[in-house]
Design a protein around this ligand. Sequence first.
Ligand SMILES: [Zn+2]
Length: 442
Amino acid sequence: MGGGTSLGKEEGVVAQDASARTVAGLGLSVCPAGVVVLGAPIRGCRVCDASELELVVDLGRQPWCNHFLRAHELGTEPRYPLRLVYCHACGTSQLDYTVPKETMFADHTYLSGTTHSLSAHFRQVASDVAQRFLSGRQRPAVLDIGSNDGTQLKHYRDLGCDVLGVDSSRTSAAIANEAGIPTIAEFFTEKLAQRLGRQFDVINAAGVFFHLEDLHEITAAIRAALKADGVFVVQFLYMKRILENVAFDQIYHEHLLYYNLQTIQTLLRRHGLEMFDAYLSPIHGGSVVGFVGHRGRLPVGERLAALLAAEEASGCNKLPAYRTFAQRIEQMKEANLAWFADARRRGRRVFGMGAPAKGNTLLNYLGVGPAEIECLVERNELRRGLYAPGTHIPIVLESDLTSPPDAYYVLAWNFKREILARHQHLVKQGVEFYFPVNPPEA
Ligand SMILES: [Zn+2]
């Protein structure tokens, strides 16, 4: 890891496992099943276009983490580079390779409504926003970009808002429409914003700012669709927390960008927008909820100023923080592999707890498989009988388990409190719960 490789000198190769054919330089590869996979190394920083990008973390070649495999698909999954680079010009960290968005988002099956704590978080955000910004407005218009199954918009609708969702997943959009949340199954673009022909009091976007390849287009489209006194509510994983918690499993192909407040402010200002307030939320293991208006409309508030000062003091926008991060990832790998080796020596049965997308980053980076972790225990019915990409660890539904293991390796560490509460009886029986990532606030 590290080594100061500069982009551009890197090969423009797509990543594949040994069994796949690779066409170097074209970003084109063919996996054994014959599926053509397009992807591309980036040419410059996704935020500021600068070309001085420094490799800071290399997690190897990894399969797309959100496609859990059926038995007949085992071994056919393409692999792509998973590397974090740091931009010397603007300080934004990002992946240096893009898996095409059609592969990633056309039909994902993650449904936000299925997670209770997420739904509660969305309700809280909606009522906060309504109280602070919407009082006195007649049937305010709310747009949610990346609206998933409509969970966030249901809360706004219940508060009397006129809601509209946009989500590229046909599955999610269909579910939302059926539930009475009007949702357009497309990517949000300037063209779509023009076609809508209206502006919104609130635009909400949770997550999309690290997903989207067409970052500048979407930011410009948001500005166009936001009323002069409208509020754009942006939510994203907080890189400062990822660094502090060594939560490197949050790095995966869907997350193209990793923001701190300072770096996202740079992006927003470039497009005539500006964050004026923000707070930290424990959701997803450490996120930011930021409030953005047209640039210069509202001054930067005290709460945001304090968070920016804390960033400055921590050095989280500077290269050395990323060097430390890389070292801590390697230390964590050693400690985790030692734990697995010890479990095997003692003949202990280890199950994984949860099968979140991020867990696949961790498992593939560690290089563990069914020999170390017998199965991943899940509660999502949709995952019954599937296998984790890359590691091929089978998924078992919690309701199908007949006996507990000696230890759980907890991939869904951000639900620590919920998990320990639900499995108190197992804790009392002496079942170990090992948290590879263990932030104080989880
Ligand atoms: Zn940059």
